[in-house]
Design a protein around this ligand. Structure first.
Ligand code: IMP
Ligand code: MG
Length: 182
């Protein structure tokens, strides 16, 4: 059965099977690295939700979850460097081991700002997990501690990632046809 969204995709970069393997593998790595700890996973809304829900179930440890929504002010695709927290977490993270989960790191503005804000709350540790790393576009000094995939300078959608709020529900990650956004 084909989904009507498929026609907007130039090519599939990571199939749902490949994503599933990568997420399980990352879950096992986190399970080893956080042995004896009770980490707090923080999901950055909305893009990371699909990845987040699969990842936390691939980690065999006692853990807590919380959600944060940030908004970056800027022109279209370009971040302005001003990131505002629209919905904050409800957990007191002082002394806790935080795993911040993002969908994709592009310029790095979002995570650089969020990292700063969360570190002021004195967690015991704070690590960054991203589903996708778009390294080539980096403008801030942020690097993920854990990641599943790398991409070149392509605009991708699916598995939580959107273009104008659409395509988040696709089960795979694909490159959006250029004609649809340029
Ligand atoms: P940064 O602050 O420039 O690192 O931007 C990160 C945010 O930009 C991500 O959380 C996404 O919402 C968005 N973004 C960047 N590249 C893509 C892409 O290829 N597809 C979908 N969203 C993207
Ligand atoms: Mg996002």
């Amino acid at each position: 059965m084909g989904c009507i969204m498929n026609k907007d995709i130039e090519k599939i970069l990571f199939s749902s099977e490949e994503i599933s393997v990568a997420v399980k593998c990352l879950g096992e790595k986190l399970t080893r690295d956080y042995m004896e700890k009770t980490p707090v996973f923080i999901c950055i809304l909305k893009g990371a939700t699909v990845f987040f829900s699969d990842l936390v179930r691939a980690v065999s440890l006692p853990a807590q979850i919380d959600f944060l929504r940030a908004r970056s002010y800027g022109m279209s695709h370009k971040s302005s460097g001003v990131v505002e927290i629209v919905k904050d977490i409800e957990t007191d993270i002082e002394g806790k081991d935080i795993i911040l989960v993002e969908d994709i790191i592009d310029s790095g503005e979002t995570l650089s700002c969020l990292g700063k804000v969360l570190r002021e709350r004195k967690p015991n540790s704070l690590k960054i997990v991203t589903l996708v790393d778009k390294k080539i576009k980096r403008e801030c000094a942020v690097a993920p501690d854990y990641k599943c995939f790398d991409v070149e300078d392509e605009f991708i959608v699916g598995y939580g990632l959107d273009y104008a709020e659409n395509y988040r529900t696709l089960p795979y990650i694909g490159v959006l046809k250029r004609a649809l956004y340029s």
